[in-house]
Ligand binder design. Structure first.
Ligand SMILES: [Zn+2]
Length: 366
């Protein structure tokens, strides 16, 4: 719809040379009103179409423009839900858990596909932090192809805007500081049980390029080649997923860590170097014991790094807000610092108070 609007505007500009000033004014208003509100939701195949229709209408009425739907890579369910959401005026993104694939029935038949820690333990049976952390190796042909095959299945679904990669990274070497007490952990250094992937394939691929093994390194946390090898392993998957998305005339987007240096440090994710259309950094201030103004700071960091090549939608975590006023402040900070939109985690957390704030703030931004 936006593309159509843009095309119409361009045509109008070409056709009516005498009304130049007026048309330019229209174009500015289109740009301004394109600040988009989105929300992540997880779908359940047992719910009826009518039920979803009601939920999607609720989002639209609340001022939401886009839904990022996790169907646990069920392309059939996404095919069912997309026209319902589109009919209610929403754009749909196909949210997929990429490297972390809990309960993946195909992957579970291949224990060797899973990422291995520096301790030599596989995520297949030894999960870091939580049982749903079941990370696949980014360098094995078979595990990569499996993930990219799932991306392709979603990319083929008619009517979606993008395939939205989540967990497109390594397992957390460092957890967000605000979450450490929950796990009763101290993480002053890179701990071997949280450091991945030391499987045979990763080590041998690295050795071919650098003629050394991370197993012989006296301190892997300061071995830049080893770090960069892993950053590139994730980038390579994203770049391949981008080609798949484009072949199917879709965008590629991703949920990422707050800003590139932080993502690099915590989860070996350097998203400013990816080939991707848009990112949704999860700027969840409460996870990092930060205040609301940090949402503006982190948004700006990403905006500066991507130099206009990747659009940024600031992701915010609703349970971290103490009031509607704080939520409004966060939305305005995202906009002021250059975000294309703001994404709320998650749909069911949108209270009546927050919906009112979103509507009012949206009207302000138009
Ligand atoms: Zn590996």
């Amino acid at each position: 719809m936006k593309a159509l609007k843009t095309t119409l505007l361009v045509l109008t500009l070409i056709l009516s040379s005498c009304a130049n000033k007026e048309e330019k004014k229209d174009l500015t208003s289109v740009e301004k009103s394109s600040f988009e509100f989105s929300t992540w939701i997880t779908a359940n195949s047992e719910r009826t179409d009518e039920d979803y229709s009601k939920e999607f209408k609720g989002y639209k009425d609340a001022g939401i423009d886009e839904v990022l739907i996790n169907t646990l890579t069920d392309a059939g369910l996404l095919t069912r839900l997309t026209p319902i959401a589109v009919k209610e005026g929403l754009k749909v993104h196909a949210w997929i858990m990429a490297m972390n694939r809990p309960g993946d029935s195909i992957a579970l038949k291949h224990p060797e596909w899973y990422a291995v820690s520096k301790e030599g333990k596989s995520c297949f049976d030894t999960r870091p932090y939580v049982d749903y952390y079941q990370w696949l190796c980014p360098n094995r042909e078979e595990s990569r192809n499996h993930i990219l095959g799932l991306v392709e299945g979603l990319a083929k679904v008619e009517g979606i805007e993008s395939v939205h990669l989540d967990y497109i990274r390594f397992s957390d070497v460092f957890l967000p500081i605000g979450l450490l007490p929950k796990y009763d952990l101290v993480q002053d250094t890179e701990l071997p049980e949280f450091d991945f992937c030391y499987c045979d394939v990763c080590i041998s691929k690295f050795e071919k390029i650098h003629h050394k093994s991370p197993m012989d390194s006296p301190n892997t946390s300061i071995d830049m080649e080893w770090k960069n090898f892993r950053l590139n392993s994730i980038k390579n998957i994203v770049d391949d997923a981008y080609k798949i998305a484009k072949t199917n005339n879709k965008k590629l987007t991703a949920a990422v860590f707050p800003y590139p240096e932080m993502a690099d440090h915590m989860v070996r994710q350097r998203w400013d170097k990816w080939t991707i259309d848009e990112v949704y950094p999860m700027i969840y201030h409460g996870f990092y014991n930060e205040e609301v103004d940090w949402i503006g700071y982190a948004t700006k960091q990403g905006i500066t790094d991507v130099q206009g090549k990747i659009a940024i939608n600031t992701g915010i975590y609703l349970p971290d807000f103490k009031s509607g006023a704080e939520l409004k402040q966060a939305i305005l900070l995202a906009k002021e610092n250059g975000a294309k939109g703001v994404a709320f985690y998650d749909g069911p957390q949108l209270t009546e108070e927050y919906i009112k704030v979103i509507k009012e703030t949206k009207a302000l931004l138009k």
